[in-house]
Design a protein around this ligand. Sequence first.
Ligand code: ZN
Length: 275
Amino acid sequence: MRTQYILPALVLPLLLAACAGGTLRIDDSHPAAVQASRVQHLVLHYTVADFEESLDILTGHERGVSAHYLVRNDPVRIYRLVPEERMARHAGESYWNGATALNASSIGIEIVNPGWVDTPDGRVYAPFPQAQVDAVITLVRDIVARHDIAPSRVLGHADIAPGRKQDPGPMFPWKQLADAGLVPWPDPRQLAQRLADSRVQPVPDIDWFQQRLAAVGYRVPNSGELDAPTRDVISTFQMKYRPADIAGEPDAETAALLDVVSTPGGMRVADRQLP
Ligand SMILES: [Zn+2]
C-alpha cells in the first residue's frame, strides 16, 4: 500500500517540470531595430606571471579573478576562459567616460607578460613578442567587429583604473593597434603643429590638464593641484602616447599630445585592415 503513495510524490514534480518547459513559447519574428551588444568596452591587461601561473590565477577560485581570453606568449596561443556572453572579473573598480563597473559591459583580454622588474636604475618593463602582439590584434579585430565596439572604447586596464593598475604598460604597442584601425591615434599633422606651438607658449596649468584628461574619458580629480591621483592619470596617458617618459609630469610635449587627443577632430582612426 505504501508504495502507491510514494510513487506519485516522486513523479509529480517531474511531470510539472516537463509541462512548464513545454508551455513556454517565444515568437522571435519581430526583432526590434534598436538593439546592441551588451559588450561596450574591450580591456587589455598583462598578467605579471608566466603562462602556467596566469592560467592558475585566471581559472581558479583563489583570487576571484578571470578574463574572457588569455593570450600565451611561447608558444603563442589564444585561450578562451569565459564565454563572451558571460561576465568575467578582470576590471575591478573602474571608470571610463561616465561608465563605471566595466566588468558588466566589457570583454577582458589577459596577455601573458612578466610586467616589470625594479632595478637600481629604475623600473624596467618587459617587451611583448611580435607574434603575441599579432595574435592580440587579430583577436581584438574579431571581437570589435562582432560587438561593434567603438575604437575609443578599446582600452588598457590602466585607462579605467589609473594608479591602481599600470597594465598593459608602456611597452604595449598601442600604435600597432592604431595602424590596424582598432584604436584612435593623434593626427600627426595637428600634433606637429601643437608641438611647434608648445615651444613658444607656456605649459598650461593643472586645471587645463585635468579638464582635458576628463574630456578624453579618464577619471581625474578637479582639484587644480598636481596631486597623486592627477599624476597617475598623466602617467597613464603618457604610457599610451609618450611611453619614453611616464613620470607623470605635466610637460609641454604631454600638453601638445593631450591638446590633440582631447580636441574634436584631433584623433584619426585608420582604415581597418582585413585579416
Ligand atoms: Zn589588469
